[in-house]
Write a protein that binds this ligand. Structure first.
Ligand code: HEM
Length: 404
């Protein structure tokens, strides 16, 4: 059977149909597939499942993300709720800003708690769930304030434990995740109704919560009052998930990659290790854009209704721009080496609202893990789980005091 990447089969023409089985190959191993496809067909090719145009050309990627020509629909995939979009765009931007402000204030006020959070993982921890767990425990008060109903707080902890934060493979897992997701949305929507200010005649409305607000207050405050409570709940849940899983995974990838390439994390700046982890394993590896106007990308004609997918994963592993691209080398970020295209948080008008706070938190968490400790990583045989975001395969970490 013909497979992607067999050199004698190569025809440098993106329009050439994929051989039979290519879609299955892509679903089974998306990262391996796009790497082979880019080698065989160049930096612009169609994905075999939905025909979306995958783009790993740095100039085209930035042009797409910045979209100054208005070639793409102005929608942020982030705000899809209840079969529609929570909008307008100004509301979406306000929600992103409010979420960022809440998390940033929490990280700045509580970062000295991180060593205790790390200690609670115990001497041996199972990753990547330990990373999500640590981020959740550290951010808990910012995600849901302490005076929230205990049942809701327990439900959100259950969401983290049950790994609803990552999209599971397998039909049963998906069905059970959807059921839990629906229950959580209903419960949060009830809390939204409860928290929304109810102005009394003649009285000034008072929306301020007792004490510092949490992420749910941030979303409620940034959305018009007529927004259905279920839509507010869904956006909150997406932000809850985004605040935990990608940040935990960036730290997990740093641990795993450093172990694979024999890098002593205690000897490199944590910020450089986090940047390098996001280069090698950009958790948001494919950024989709729906085509609005007919135009061309890399010489390929596109029509309205089609879509393009900018691929940070391929851009970050292009040997022409990143020497020894497949190696984990935090020293790239010391300032001496030239750097290539780097889009872990996207670019243009839809750039990640939480980029800076996510990077700070991942850096602080990694520093707390390596500080005064010796880390022993035992990797398993698994492959990354790729659905939406890239999740590292399970591995164990033994953390013991470093002898001086
Ligand atoms: C390491 C962690 C994170 C990574 C890798 C990441 C990555 C991304 C990427 C690539 C996008 C752009 C998607 C696109 O262009 O289609 C995005 C959007 C977004 N991210 Fe993050 N993110 C992270 C953490 C966070 C956190 C902690 C927040 C919480 C404030 C957040 C909030 C958002 C929002 C609101 C958007 C939508 C922006 C808009 O459309 O206006 N992200 N993120």
């Amino acid at each position: 059977m013909t497979t992607v990447g067999e050199p004698d089969q190569v025809v440098p023409d993106e329009a050439r149909p994929w051989p039979r089985g290519a879609a299955r190959h892509y679903r089974r191993d998306p990262l391996g597939f796009v790497e082979q496809a880019a080698r065989a067909r160049g930096p612009v090719f169609r994905l075999p499942d939905d025909g979306s145009l995958c783009v790993a050309d740095p100039v085209e990627a930035l042009r797409i993300l910045h979209d100054e020509a208005g070639d793409y629909d102005e929608v942020s995939g982030f705000f899809h709720v209840g079969g529609g979009l929570l909008g307008p765009r100004a509301t979406q931007a306000a929600i992103g800003r409010a979420a960022r402000t809440t998390l940033r204030a929490h990280v700045a006020a509580h970062r000295e708690r991180l060593p205790a959070v790390v200690a609670e993982l115990g001497e041996v921890s199972q990753w990547p769930s330990a990373g999500r767990d640590a981020v959740h425990r550290f951010l808990a008060g910012a995600l849901l304030r302490p005076d929230s109903p205990p049942a809701l707080r327990e439900l959100m902890a259950h969401v983290v434990r049950r790994e609803v934060l990552i999209r599971p493979s397998g039909r049963l897992a998906r069905v059970s995740r959807r059921a839990l997701w629906a229950r959580v949305v209903r419960t949060i929507a009830a809390e939204v109704r409860h928290r929304r200010p109810r102005p009394r005649p003649g009285a000034l409305p008072d929306a301020s919560p007792p004490g510092p607000g949490d992420l749910l207050d941030a979303v409620i405050g940034a959305t018009p009052p007529e927004t259905p409570a279920e839509h507010v709940a869904q956006v909150y849940l997406l932000l809850f998930r985004t605040s935990i899983a990608p940040v935990g995974h960036v730290v997990a990838w740093a641990l795993l990659s450093a172990a694979a390439d024999d890098v002593d994390l205690a000897a490199v700046p944590a910020g450089s290790a986090v940047r390098e982890s996001l280069r090698l394993w950009p958790v948001a590896w494919l950024l989709g854009r729906p085509v609005r106007r007919a135009h061309q990308v890399g010489g390929v004609p596109l029509e309205p209704g089609e879509s393009v997918s900018v691929c940070p994963y391929l851009l970050h592993r292009d040997e022409r721009h990143w020497p020894q691209a497949a190696a984990f080398r935090p020293e790239r970020w010391d300032g001496s080496e030239p750097r290539g295209p780097y889009l872990p948080f996207g670019g243009g008008p839809f750039t990640c609202a939480g980029a800076a706070v996510a990077q700070t938190l991942a850096t602080d968490l990694l520093a707390a893990l390596t500080d005064g400790a010796r880390l022993e990583v035992r990797a398993g045989p698994g492959r990354p789980h790729v659905e939406g975001i890239i999740t590292p395969p399970p591995f164990l970490v033994r953390r013991t005091a470093r002898r001086t």
